[in-house]
Design a protein around this ligand. Structure first.
Ligand code: PA5
Length: 492
């Protein structure tokens, strides 16, 4: 596949189909040629980032120069953030909870949650916690919390766990019900994560000896005066710790111990996931635009926004269990590119607004707006080429002509036909769209997709001349919320 077919394919079978980005009303080859030198400069800057971690103009939250190291994560090497010993430790951790821990609660929000949910959904699907231990291959049930401060859901989760523990005792087990609380917070003090963790910790501990509570902390590994609150608690209480390393922002942390600890808890193939990310990074090292999926994706979306007013990106996987990829992408795109100023301080108000959609579900809801609403969107589809558990639609009601017509198709074929029809209808009205094709729902292909998206925003940051690695906008509400919380507490 090539520039002519407007499809770029990796050896693994992963495809970036951008035909409908360059169709009628879309980006032209001329537009891309005009960007020529800037594309080369962006590619060079990302090369420097790969080599040294340096991104021009990037400062940490404290205004200090800070390295950007996510592109190192796919490479498991001595001296790297992911190295043979750190990956082995994760695998040992995985085996240590297998057939021992009954349930894990993963506490975290934003970058300390979204990627973990992606890995969980891909590997476990919706019914994991309904399965018995054998069906889960010995791995524990897994719940997420702290991704909101929601009293009802938190309470219901704790009631559920207490009921599970009772059931275990009633079945004659002499072992306690073991719950592991995995607390993930880079800063170590995030309100949402820590408040819900404290509620769960106290309530579950009160259910001893029926329930036994273990805690694992995932936080910035700095020690001494720089140690986070969570790190201090971990040290005081002898909780095992994993790292959110310096230079890896929350939205890129799925490739480090933040995401990999969830992989370890559920038995997802860490090596395959990182191998996919690595294959994508290698594919993106060429300066040939037409063979570099991340550079090409960034350039097309950048031009679509800047020249053709496509300021909204609808991210629309055709798969329920990939909806969380769209949710992860919302954070990646919004925090990386939604910037008030460029790197010279000029006000630019840059960025596309990300929208989560799922096919076919949202064809019965959002598609009206995508098809007939403002001409301000690009739609990014994700297609799964091969469904391991496909089903043939049976001829259950042969006398019902409309139903007999679809009998004999597989669900996968029906889904893909719907996606193709959606893409054709959009481009038929000069509405650009593109498709990432995953050969199958497997960790390797997920690694390819997520890494492509991460590198794309890095490239687009260069093209737009904004710092893709800070998020100063999220501090504004925090400055207001802190004193408000203190005021409420004083009144209580
Ligand atoms: O991308 C980010 O930095 C944020 O979304 C954080 O991940 C989120 O606020 C959670 O922060 P922390 O990991 O420090 O608890």
């Amino acid at each position: 596949m090539s520039k002519e077919t407007k499809k770029l394919q990796l050896k693994s079978g992963f495809v970036f189909d951008y035909q409908n980005m360059m169709g009628q009303g879309g980006v032209t080859e001329n537009d891309l040629q005009e960007l020529g030198e800037r594309l080369q400069a962006a590619h060079k800057a990302i090369g420097v980032m790969r080599e040294s971690g340096i991104i021009r103009g990037h400062l940490s939250k404290d205004g200090e120069p800070e390295k950007v190291l996510f592109s190192q994560l796919p490479y498991v090497k001595e001296g790297n953030l992911n190295n043979p010993a750190s990956i082995q430790r994760l695998k040992d951790f995985s085996q240590s909870i297998r057939n021992r821990v009954d349930a894990v609660i993963s506490f975290g929000i934003g970058g300390s949650y979204l990627g973990n949910k992606v890995l969980f959904d891909l590997h476990c699907g919706e019914f994991w916690n309904y399965k018995n231990r054998e069906e889960r291959d010995g791995y524990p049930k897994l719940f997420f919390n702290g991704n909101n401060i929601d009293a009802r859901r938190t309470t219901e989760m704790l009631v559920r766990l207490a009921a599970d523990a009772k059931a275990k005792a009633c079945h004659g087990s002499t072992e306690p019900y073991r719950v592991m609380l995995v607390v993930i917070s880079k800063s170590g003090a995030t309100l949402d994560t820590m408040s819900t963790f404290m509620v769960a910790y106290e309530q579950l501990k009160a259910l001893r000896p029926e329930i036994e509570v273990e805690v694992v902390a995932v936080t910035d590994p700095a020690t001494g005066t720089k140690a986070t609150l969570l790190k201090k608690l971990a040290d005081e209480n002898n909780w095992p710790t994993f790292s959110v390393p310096d230079g890896v922002g929350g939205r890129f942390s799925i490739f480090c111990e933040v995401g990999l600890i969830t992989a370890a808890c559920i038995g997802l193939d860490i090596d395959a996931f990182l191998a996919g990310a690595r294959a994508m990074d290698e594919a993106c090292q060429t300066d040939d635009l037409w063979n570099n999926p991340a550079l090409l994706n960034a350039a097309l979306k950048y031009i679509a926004a800047e020249k053709y007013g496509r300021d909204i990106e609808v991210f629309m996987p055709y798969a329920d269990y990939l909806k969380s990829v769209a949710e992860w992408y919302v954070q990646l795109l919004a925090e990386s590119l939604g910037k008030r100023t460029d790197r010279s301080g000029k006000t630019v108000y840059y960025g596309r607004t990300p929208i989560v959609a799922v096919g076919t579900t949202d064809m019965h809801a959002q598609t009206q707006q995508h098809q007939d609403g403002k001409q301000d969107k690009v739609v990014q589809f994700v297609k799964v080429a091969h469904w391991a558990e496909d089903q043939v639609i049976p001829d259950a009601f042969p006398k019902a002509a409309k139903l007999a017509e679809i009998a004999g198709l597989t669900l996968g074929e029906a889904l893909e036909t719907a996606r193709q029809a959606n893409a054709a209808a959009l481009i038929g009205d000069k509405r650009p769209n593109a498709t990432f094709v995953l050969p199958a729902m497997q960790p390797q292909h997920l690694g390819e997709l997520l890494y492509l998206l991460a590198l794309s925003v890095a490239y687009e940051g260069e093209l737009a001349d904004v710092d893709a690695f800070d998020q100063p906008g999220v501090e504004a509400y925090k400055r207001i919320m802190g004193p408000m919380l203190k005021e409420i507490k004083a009144k209580n």
